[in-house]
Design a binder for this molecule. Sequence first.
Ligand SMILES: [Zn+2]
Length: 294
Amino acid sequence: MQTASLSPYFIDRLSHVREDNVWIQTQLHAASTRLIAVYQSSVLCNNHDPRSPCFVSYSQASAPTDTSIFLGQVDGIAYFTLSIQTSAAAEQLCNAQQATFQDYAVSALMLESKYHELLSLACFTSYWDSRNHYCGSCASETKICNAGHMRVCTSTSCAQRYFPSMDPAIIVLIEYEDRCLLGRQAHWPESMYSTLAGFVEPGETIEAAVAREVNEEAGIQVEDIRYHSSQAWLFPNSLMLGFNAKATSTDLQLDANELEAAAWFTRDQIRAKPQMLPNQKSISYALIQDWLHR
Ligand SMILES: [Zn+2]
């Protein structure tokens, strides 16, 4: 089975030490520790090599580190986020490091694969943290805990705790005899087709979400729904759960709000036009490649 390569296992997250603030602070100040600067949804990348992130040390940090989130260790080196709040601080850091902030959703597909989990985690946790400074229950301020992996309401009568969470979404390759169903959304690159996808709704199983999304978007019924693989797609916070399924018919009735077009393709048709496929690091590409080679 071919697996999506955007999120290979890479980080030792050391979740059991997040509550040990002495250890965390020692790591944060260590000379070998690397900070990943995040500004809005962008990460700092080297000017001389845009495929690699530009890490900074604690002494090079041009912004407060009291909101830095511990991401984990890679090869014994600790990684934290460095949240940049203002355009002036961002510009200062870029000039000092000879680096540029790049939108992560765009740059993720061209960064070296070994950085994906680390940078996804940095962007995701920074995004989550920036949107949870106030309690959703009582509107009091929250404070950072567990090295950034929890925020707690500062009202002692409330003390609501908040944790980072991801939105589950399904993505499915549907086949009927020797053809598979691919569709495209209007805003995608011209002529690109991909597998169907959608978010899981509350109270729904992921298998039911597959059947519902396919029926809503393409107007067909599916059966024999089988799990394939998953991929964190943190733009900003999705977990893509990949499936295979078989259609019971081929008559499509498209939801124009979801799909601009969809069609059944044979393997030869896809092989003859590889430029129609989505990015090679996407789970959709992995699903299609597995089907092509079956
Ligand atoms: Zn509260």
